[in-house]
Design a protein around this ligand. Structure first.
Ligand SMILES: Nc1ncnc2c1ncn2[C@@H]1O[C@H](COP(=O)(O)OP(=O)(O)OP(=O)(O)O)[C@@H](O)[C@H]1O
Length: 257
């Protein structure tokens, strides 16, 4: 990549640094990170606890601001925006999927899906809402409230909610961390379909090599730096790669926990 961030990518970070605290206690959570995410690609971000995965996600999604560097989201420079403009970026250009689903308990599944559209001051397009609810296999249960749904079903609704604004990037933070293995596979398959059928761009943090194997690329962070990447990663290759960098750099990576 040249000296500028990649304007064609869905998301591009150039020399991004994020420091927490000052003086002797300062922590460099992101240390000169340069990386691009192509449109319509599925990337997983891996690395040991404290390596900077959440900080990367938060800076890239406009939830946090870097101390240095550039971040282009859907071609827009977001690294220097004020809080009001960043909030607009979060509402319109990104979708979020969290480990704890984060659905509103008083709303039905369908109302949870339409909420981001309404928060943007727009009227939900019924056909699009039906389409995303059908895409996650929740048509039959769309009028249920979250408490009446299993964890896997709640996460499917969270995926529909993330897709409904047709964001440039969906960020998923350990989306299968609270699910049994069958529900986890269903959710990962849905994320894969969002990329393959709908051209969605997804960036997912996970510790689980078998979840990471659904992605097109796995990138590894270590001490706030990019430590390498694998394309078309299999769970075995991810585990092997992790053992290799541990052997070179020393210490446990925690990736396979
Ligand atoms: N608000 C904060 N204030 C101070 N230090 C922070 C803050 N947030 C993160 N850090 C530090 O920055 C580093 C990176 O943290 P981050 O949460 O990004 O790691 P992570 O890879 O997501 O870890 P985990 O897998 O445990 O969630 C860690 O050393 C962490 O302690």
């Amino acid at each position: 990549m040249g000296p500028q961030a990649d304007t064609d990518a869905a998301l591009s970070l150039k020399s991004v640094r994020r420091l927490y605290g000052r003086g002797l206690g300062a922590v460099t959570a992101l240390d000169d990170v340069t990386i691009s995410f192509e449109r319509g690609s599925f990337t997983t971000v891996m690395g040991p606890s404290g390596s900077g995965k959440s900080t990367l996600l938060h800076c890239a999604a406009g939830l946090d601001r870097p101390d240095a560097g550039q971040i282009l989201l859907d071609g827009q420079a977001i690294h220097a925006l004020d809080e009001r403009k960043l909030a607009a970026v979060r509402r319109r250009r990104v979708g979020f999927i969290f480990q704890a689903y984060n659905l509103l308990p008083a709303l039905t599944a369908r109302q949870n899906v339409t909420l981001p559209v309404e928060l943007n001051g727009e009227r939900p397009d019924r056909r699009l809402v039906d389409e995303v609810i059908a895409a996650v296999g929740m048509t039959e249960r769309a009028e249920h409230r979250p408490a009446q749904l299993s964890g896997g079903q709640q996460q499917r609704i969270a995926i529909a909610r993330a897709m409904v604004t047709r964001p440039a990037v969906i960020f998923a933070d350990e989306p299968t961390g609270a699910l049994d293995s069958q529900s986890a596979m269903d959710v990962l398959q849905l994320l894969r379909e969002a990329v393959d059928r709908h051209g969605q761009t997804i960036i997912m943090v996970t510790h689980d090599p078998s979840a990471a194997a659904y992605a097109d690329r796995a990138v590894f962070l270590r001490d706030g730096k990019l430590a390498g990447s694998l394309t078309s990663p299999s769970a075995d290759r991810i585990t092997g790669w992790t053992q290799q960098i541990d052997a070179v750099l020393g210490g446990g990576s925690g990736v396979a926990n």
